[in-house]
Structure formats: C-alpha cells, structure tokens
Design a protein around this ligand. Structure first.
Ligand code: GNR
Ligand code: NI
Length: 168
C-alpha cells in the first residue's frame, strides 16, 4: 500500500484561520482525502487531524483515540447537538509542534456527522474523544487551541515556533 503524507500547516500560518465549508457529496475524492489524512495523522503521530491543517478548507475530521491506533473515526459536516460539564485537558496540536497547554472545554458532547459512506450518525463522547472532537471542530472554524491562552503565552509560542521552523 502506497501512503500519501500531506503537509501540515504550522501556526501562525494565516491559512489555519480559514473557515471550512460543508461537504456536499461524499465522493471518491473525499474518500481519498480521508485515507491521506489518516495516513498523515498516524505517521505524525497524532490522535486527530482536521482538513484545515492540510490546507483543505472543507468540514472533514479524522480521529483515532484508541491505544492500538486501529479505530479510525471520520466526521464530515459535524454538528454539536448538546454539551455539558467542563474539563481541563493538556492539549497539543500537530500545527503547534512541541507546545502543550491546559484548555477548558465541555466534558460531554453529543455530535452528529456523516461517516466515510456519507451516512448520518450520532455519537456521545467524553474524555479525550470529546476534547479531540472539540479541538478539531475549532480547526474547521479557523481556531487554533493557543487562542484560548493569554496573549503573552500566545506570543511566546509564535516566537518559539517561528524560530523552530527557521532553524530546521
Ligand atoms: O495529536 C493530538 N493530540 C491532542 C492531545 C490533546 C488534545 C487534543 C489533541 S489533537 C492533536 C492532533 C491535532 O492537532 N489535531 O488537530
Ligand atoms: Ni490541532
């Protein structure tokens, strides 16, 4: 099997702030992108990837929070129907390499989305899966998790990553 690894945009790339459009039809092109995004996520490695991060501004997310990394979950045009509670989680992001910071989000969520076959499904999530879905849905809105941090922290992160990318 030939893998296609996609380039991941790094913060503070302005393209990360693009708002993604809904997908009209789950066709072969979309399924190819899903496969390439999954390969890219597993290779990184990461537990999630939003199409925004690979410069595709459509509402598509892949997630795998399983220990064995063998339970791929696909969310197309996801909508949060309900949320409750709150939790703090130390988040990281493939677009913000080497940065881990605590973010407060809803504890439990109910999400509706289309799967890889274009079939509507509903899911209740908590813990890491809930955090990850919320983190990825933010990407689709053009939002990166560092935007929850103070301007001081965010500026330090911008400088750190710009240097990291310059020196590599
Ligand atoms: O790989 C990832 N790990 C992670 C850890 C805690 C909270 C969120 C995440 S998502 C991240 C992959 C990523 O950047 N997805 O957009
Ligand atoms: Ni991310």
């Amino acid at each position: 099997m030939i893998m296609a690894l996609l380039n991941i945009l790094n913060y503070p790339d302005p393209r990360l702030h693009t708002v993604a459009k809904p997908i009209k039809e789950v066709n072969a092109d979309i399924r190819r992108l899903i496969d390439d995004m999954a390969d890219t996520m597993y290779d990184a490695p990461g537990v999630g990837l939003a199409a925004t991060q690979v410069n595709q501004h459509i509402q598509l997310i892949v997630i795998d929070t399983s220990k064995e990394q063998n339970k791929l979950q696909v969310f197309i045009n996801p909508k949060i129907l309900a949320k409750s509670g709150s939790q703090d989680y130390e988040e990281g992001c493939l677009s913000v390499p080497g940065v881990y910071e605590s973010v407060t989000r809803a504890e439990k969520i109910t999400v509706e989305a289309l799967d890889k076959q274009g079939k509507l499904f509903k899911l209740e999530a908590e813990g890491l899966l809930s955090v990850c879905i919320q983190h990825e849905m933010d990407h689709l809105l053009g939002k990166v998790f560092v935007e929850y941090l103070s301007p001081l922290k965010r500026n330090r992160i911008k400088t750190k990553i710009t240097k990291l990318l310059r020196d590599r």
